[in-house]
Design a protein around this ligand. Structure first.
Ligand SMILES: [Zn+2]
Length: 466
């Protein structure tokens, strides 16, 4: 505890304020207070922030000025959230085509250029201002804190690291940062059946308070340990992110590591969007800084309990406002209140990235979600990836356990064939391994058949969130 206190009150402020000149910790103190406000108070503040960013975008961002005035929209008419529903959505495509004109013309300090990974699609480049950068760091520190990962705790990160070698200056900076933050980094790209014993040894030696990991990577690690009957060091908690957490994954990870798993939801565009508190009833949304809406394909609010598209407005990125941005993820609609007493609303469940749909020659549209649903009933299929190289062909790449039965294979093929129709040829392809994307994630369904104007197909965009 003493070491934690020293880190929190001496080392971190020195690092953050002097070395980085950031206001992160001041924002963290504000967020630590505001989370306990009532839901109504948070909504009032949120709407005031919304109004300010819309006024700002209207005045200083040529793109928004032009497109809103063409629709007859004026920030003067924005009096409540219902009014805001008249504002147009922003798709990734629009950001790609209008990035420069989305930037505010009145920003003094240079903007930070960022990009999302983009696996098979084009990466998305965008900008943010320093203030927004500091605020999102603060929100992440708060969310990790709910899971026991406050600044100064010992953290073991099993996370995707850049594939390309970084320049020396950058590597040194990262090293200092990790040392100050008491972080041990293990590249999740290096996780394989062969490296599991090494990673286990490193974890057992480091004895972290918290493990922070890619959902897929820690699940794979836990499964490998369970298969070999190996028992890892048990941290106080495990924070997972970057990919959707399924119930069966949570169960296995918790039983192998003998501690609770805390789900987080974030993306490169906004950092932490939501995180679980110790009640595990859903993800508390970073409502002081983000407005999250769940909308149907026609742009209308999704009824509570149904899945819809995640649409986010960043209330503080004054450098390049994100207004009603469709991020390509799906989540269950309907925000609840938590029993922990925080006024921040709960996002019930994140369904994750909308998977590619499979379009068949006879005009059927099979949602990508069909495949994980199917394969979960066949545990001998350790991993899978469905690829549609052409409209009449589907490749089923599968990593199989030795106990895979021929009868199960036939059943899987029969079910898929009945679903996609007889005009699609199925290729069963057992493989040793399924390569991850550039940013270390697993693409479950990949269709190379171009999307038409069919609204039910979702975005054809495959850039990722991290
Ligand atoms: Zn809570």
């Amino acid at each position: 505890m003493l070491i934690q206190a020293i880190y929190r009150h001496a080392v971190l402020p020195a690092y953050e304020s002097l070395y980085q000149r950031r206001h992160t910790l001041r924002y963290l103190r504000q967020l630590d207070r505001s989370q306990w406000l009532s839901a109504a108070e948070i909504q009032t503040q949120q709407f005031a922030s919304l109004k300010r960013i819309v006024e700002h975008a209207e005045r200083h961002c040529p793109y928004f000025q032009r497109s809103w005035s063409a629709l007859g929209l004026s920030s003067a008419d924005l009096r409540n959230l219902d009014d805001f529903r008249r504002w147009p959505l922003t798709e990734k495509k629009q950001i790609r085509e209008n990035r420069l004109e989305m930037r505010a013309t009145d920003i003094q300090r240079p903007l930070l250029a960022k990009s999302t990974g983009g696996s098979t699609g084009t990466p998305l480049q965008f900008d943010l201002d320093m203030g927004s950068h500091e605020r999102r760091w603060a929100a992440m520190l708060r969310g990790y804190g709910w899971a026991g990962g406050t600044p100064g705790t010992k953290q073991f990160h099993l996370w995707g690291a850049p594939l390309e070698a970084q320049p020396l200056k950058r590597r040194l900076k990262d090293r200092i940062f990790n040392l100050v933050q008491r972080r041990r980094m293990v590249n999740s790209f290096h996780l394989s059946d062969e490296t599991v014993p090494d990673i286990l040894r490193e974890l057992n030696r480091y004895r972290p308070d918290v493990i922070v990991a890619y959902t897929g990577a820690i699940f794979q690690f836990a499964r490998s340990l369970a298969e070999r009957n190996l028992h890892p060091f048990s941290p106080k908690s495990i924070i997972v992110g970057a990919e959707k957490l399924h119930g069966f994954q949570r169960e296995l990870i918790e039983s192998v590591f003998r501690c609770r798993v805390f789900e987080t939801y974030g993306s490169r565009e906004f950092m932490l969007i939501g995180a679980e508190c110790s009640e595990h009833r859903g993800l508390h949304v970073t409502s002081e800084q983000l407005l999250v809406e769940i909308l149907n394909d026609d742009g209308q609010p999704t009824p509570a309990g149904q899945a819809g598209n995640v649409v986010i407005t960043d209330l503080f990125n004054y450098g390049m406002p994100f207004i009603r941005y469709v991020n390509g993820d799906q989540a269950l609609a309907g925000f609840d209140q938590c029993t922990c007493g925080r006024g921040l609303p709960l996002l019930r469940e994140v369904r994750g990235r909308r998977l590619d749909a499979i379009r068949t020659p006879d005009g059927k549209l099979v949602p990508g979600e069909f495949f994980p649903h199917l394969f979960k009933d066949f545990p001998a299929v350790r991993q899978f990836q469905v690829v549609q190289p052409a409209q009449d062909r589907l490749e089923l790449r599968v990593v199989l356990l030795p106990d895979m039965k021929d009868s199960d294979r036939s059943r899987i093929l029969k079910i898929i064939s009945e679903t996609v129709g007889q005009h699609v040829q199925l290729a069963w392809q057992p493989v040793q391994d399924i390569p991850l994307t550039r940013t270390g994630k697993h693409m479950v369904v990949v269709s190379h058949v171009p999307a038409t104007s069919d609204p039910a197909s979702g975005t054809a965009d495959k850039s990722e969130t991290t």
